[in-house]
Design a binder for this molecule. Structure first.
Ligand SMILES: [Zn+2]
Length: 311
């Protein structure tokens, strides 16, 4: 391999897009980031994406581009109406292949994260696990016998859009009651706002209006022992843990690996998750599943997307 040969991995998130120039051993040579502005049309986004990709061709021989994006079908390369995006249905593989005559791969972002963790991260020793990405939405990927579960049409793993009881919140998918309406960055904001209205505890979050709230702010307040922020994550963790107990009962994984912005709140989320899992598991499944957290300093979805085109 020439010294200046490299691969491009791209993680398109609802908030930001991260692009990595990657060596074949998973080492980052360069990292770029820009706001996705997902409420704008795809054509507007693609101009910015191209500019960023082009900048990496200087002095480098790019051998392939792998792209992780929500609502992508890795079998067809088509991205269909991702929630929180104003893109509609696009054939991303075809569009990118027209501009770059090198191997191109498109995959669902949660599956990209699982691939990255398996190749270079915290899942290198795992054969049966569930990858959960807690970001703008809730991404999920199932890995069994060392392989990503794609399903018949490449669409398996949409855990964020399974329903939870007594939930009337409207989801970005248009339906009501999805897990993601609680367990995601926007879900956390909605829960905090409800608690501000229903509870009397003092909280610095009361000084913010709804549009100023963010999961990051709520996390920072939880870490400073703000009671509304802590209760927000207790509710979030309980709901997630109850759902995961069902998933563990059905799939018997060895571990669940969490990544995404929300994991930085640590014990305020994961203690309630663990408690809810323990309280709802069949006896034979108790204490069989390890909860792991990704190293959030490294974007494994970028590495996983790149791994698709690394020979
Ligand atoms: Zn939904």
């Amino acid at each position: 391999m020439n010294n200046n040969e490299a691969y491009i991995g791209i993680d398109i998130g609802g908030t930001n897009t991260v692009i990595g120039l990657i060596k074949n051993n998973g080492q980052y040579l360069k990292k770029l980031e820009f706001p996705t502005n997902s409420t704008k049309q795809f054509d507007v986004y693609y101009q910015t994406l191209r500019k960023n990709i082009d900048s990496l061709f200087n002095n480098n021989i790019i051998k392939g581009i792998g792209i992780g994006v929500p609502a992508a079908n890795s079998m067809t390369g088509i991205v269909e109406n991702p929630e929180n995006f104003n893109w509609g249905k696009i054939n991303l593989h075809e569009i990118v292949s027209r501009d770059y005559k090198i191997p191109i791969s498109v995959i669902n972002d949660a599956k990209a994260a699982a691939l990255g963790e398996m190749a270079f991260g915290n899942a290198r020793d795992l054969k049966n696990f569930i990858q959960i990405t807690l970001g703008t939405g809730l991404g999920c990927s199932f890995v069994f016998d060392g392989k990503i579960v794609n399903g018949q049409n490449g669409l398996a793993g949409e855990l964020g859009h399974t329903k939870i009881c007594n939930n009337q919140r409207q989801c970005a998918c248009g339906r009501r009651g999805c897990l993601e309406t609680y367990v995601s960055a926007s879900g956390v904001c909605r829960t905090a706002f409800e608690l501000i209205c229903s509870e009397k505890n003092e909280s610095h979050l009361r000084n913010l209006n709804f549009n100023e709230l963010s999961a990051k702010i709520i996390t920072n307040h939880a870490l400073k022992n703000d009671l509304i922020a802590i209760e927000t994550y207790r509710i979030t963790g309980k709901i997630l843990g109850e759902k995961l107990a069902d998933i563990i009962t059905v799939f018997n994984p060895q571990a669940i690996l969490f990544s995404g912005g929300l994991v930085s709140v640590g014990k305020f989320l994961f203690e309630p998750v663990k408690e809810a899992i323990d309280n709802n598991l069949l006896h034979m499944h108790k204490n069989t599943v390890e909860l792991r957290v990704s190293d959030t300093k490294i974007n494994y979805a970028v590495l996983g997307a790149a791994s698709l085109v690394i020979q």
